[in-house]
Design a protein. Sequence first.
Length: 203
Amino acid sequence: MEKFTEVMSVAAPLPLINIDTDMIIPKQFLKTIKRSGLGKNLFDEMRYDQSGNEIGDFVLNQAKYKNTNILIAGDNFGCGSSREHAPWALLDFGIRAVISTSFADIFYNNCFKNGILPIILPKKERDLLMDDALKGSNSILTVNLENQEIKRPDGSIITFDVDQFKKKCLLNGLDDIELTMKKFDKIKSFEDSYFLKFPWLGQ
């Protein structure tokens, strides 16, 4: 998993509430088990018309937001089914941080496991960042995980809370598999001693 330290980017505003995982990545794109290639279908039904052409006024189709790494979202982002393809699609598009007032629990935890930082802020502070994002290409936000700070275009700072274990995992690029492999020596030692005691289980 790619480490997360600091992201500096124009932020894309998506001021819609209850964006569910089917809106993030529609069900017809869940056939793959690969984490790559889903970015082109992120928000597919909002980004494209029935002929597959880009809908010009959708935020991620606008030139100033096409390369964004930060999304400012409405309340209750990531609700609905627990598909892990949702953070896969966001990450493949290039989104490394999503800022909202609230997230669905499973989506929130899946973000951390896939290298995305979901940040929960009070509405007043989220709305300030939404206003910044609406200003477009000259409005750069900087998200620093180590310091737990968001630097606004005017230089002011908004701080955020994050679970310290999840923070450590993101800073070091550790997903569940990589966390397990850090215990490889202990796992191997247990297996060796166990199969010595019960050798028929290793056959």
